[in-house]
Design a binder for this molecule. Structure first.
Ligand SMILES: Cc1cc2nc3c(=O)[nH]c(=O)nc-3n(C[C@H](O)[C@H](O)[C@H](O)COP(=O)(O)OP(=O)(O)OC[C@H]3O[C@@H](n4cnc5c(N)ncnc54)[C@H](O)[C@@H]3O)c2cc1C
Length: 373
């Protein structure tokens, strides 16, 4: 095989695949539509205040007792971790007009919710260090994949300068949400109908969600005997957690109970005002002193979500590998967390799917490809 493997998507799954292929001496290129690597992983600082730390607007935790692939990778890459802060009482907010109740949470002591120092982006950055940076092409949006009679694949992508990039490949790893494949990538010949039917049914995990992080100079709620954990049936935030970095500041993050459509109608300014009011009701007047409120609505990000993802997720049954067959068998290989049946949706699923995709590529040839671009 003379041509590279093209990996579509520089999220955790695509980057892990690139790292493993490089390790095996298999030539590969990663193309991503965004101007950054990481996909749904997004850890950002407060603008002009890097001293306060980095805050996760995408994933936050992994659970090492069940998620061995991520646990091992984090160890292998020598990344620092710490446990989610859970000491103190939790707040339950049942009514709009009554104060929240304080409760002691019965802990499942075996379950560890682990965070990465510097945010989950530190995993992405460390992984990207394991292969030459030229492998990754950003702002390169794959729009067409064609297969000719000689079995050669061409991948066409739009670039930010308006040019179309065309690359010949021997195989393509699709490391992006399956619904984006169905919606945004044209295949010639067409993908089999059963495959299309399967991938449109795989909702993109968390694509309908939004996350907000309120950053303070210190985690003042801990001084009040509170863990920062809140369950609310009145909202707008339904679940709130302590998101403080190990040092530098304090932070609370929340997931919304309000559906994506309602958020869109309301608009960001009004949503953030409601969030600020809820935090004051829950944690007192000190909650007014946020240094910054960071917000990311994934449902309006077209590199993650499609229209159907905006409806709340009802079933998880369709996750796992799509049925690739016909002429596309062994030519396109699905990766990405939604294609993993064991840990679908999680970072762990993104890693497992990448490892399985790379195994398939290795099995395609006994003779490894040559390294280099
Ligand atoms: C708010 C939120 C909270 C979460 N919390 C957790 C958590 O605590 N723990 C956990 O384990 N998981 C969590 N997750 C899920 C976790 O983020 C995902 O499982 C993981 O990041 C998915 O990685 P991926 O590589 O499969 O896909 P993605 O990260 O979505 O990567 C796909 C990539 O494809 C690119 N792309 C899209 N279209 C094209 C195109 N046409 N051409 C080229 N590139 C394209 C995108 O830009 C993106 O970079 C959370 C997700 C969100 C959004």
């Amino acid at each position: 095989m003379n041509h590279p493997v093209i990996i579509v998507g520089a999220g955790l799954s695509g980057l892990r695949a690139a790292s493993l292929l490089t390790e095996q001496g298999i030539k590969c290129r990663v193309q991503d539509a965004r101007d950054r690597i990481g996909g749904r992983v997004l850890s950002i600082p407060v603008p002009n205040r890097p001293d306060l730390g980095k805050f996760d607007l995408g994933p936050t935790w992994f659970w090492p007792q069940n998620e061995t692939h991520i646990a091992n990778l984090v160890k292998e890459l020598n990344l620092e971790t710490f446990e989610q802060y859970k000491e103190g009482e939790i707040l339950i907010e049942r009514f709009q007009i009554k104060p929240p109740e304080r409760c002691v949470l019965k802990e499942n002591s075996d379950e560890k919710w682990v965070r990465l120092t510097g945010g989950v982006q530190s995993l992405i950055d460390a992984l990207a260090e394991t292969f030459p940076s030229e492998i990754v092409e950003l702002e390169t949006r794959v729009k067409r994949i064609q297969l000719n009679e000689a079995g050669e694949i061409t991948v066409e992508a739009d670039q930010v300068d308006g040019q179309t990039k065309v690359i010949t490949a021997d195989a393509v790893i699709l490391a992006l949400p399956p619904r984006l494949v169905a919606r945004h990538i044209e295949f010639s010949p067409s993908l089999p109908p059963n495959l299309m039917a399967d991938i449109v049914k795989k909702p993109t995990w968390m694509a309908g969600q939004a996350k907000v992080v309120a950053v303070y100079d210190r985690p003042f709620w801990r001084e009040l005997g509170l863990s920062g954990f809140v369950l609310s049936s009145v909202g707008p935030l339904q679940e709130i957690y302590d998101a403080s970095p190990i040092k530098g500041s304090g932070a609370l993050f929340g997931f919304f109970g309000m559906p994506a459509e309602a958020r869109e109608k309301m608009g960001q300014d009004k949503i953030l005002k409601l969030v600020a009011d809820q935090l004051v009701k829950l944690f007192g007047s000190e909650a007014k002193n946020a240094k910054a409120i960071l917000y990311k609505d994934w449902s309006s990000d077209s590199e993650t979500a499609v229209e159907e993802d905006i409806s709340p997720l009802k079933n998880y049954q369709s996750y796992g590998q799509p049925p690739v067959g016909g002429v596309w068998e062994k030519k396109i290989i699905f990766a990405g967390t939604e294609t993993n049946s064991q840990s679908s949706g999680h970072l762990e699923g993104a890693l497992q799917s990448a490892e399985q995709a790379v195994d398939k590529i290795i099995n395609l040839t006994n003779k490894p490809f040559t390294t280099g671009l």
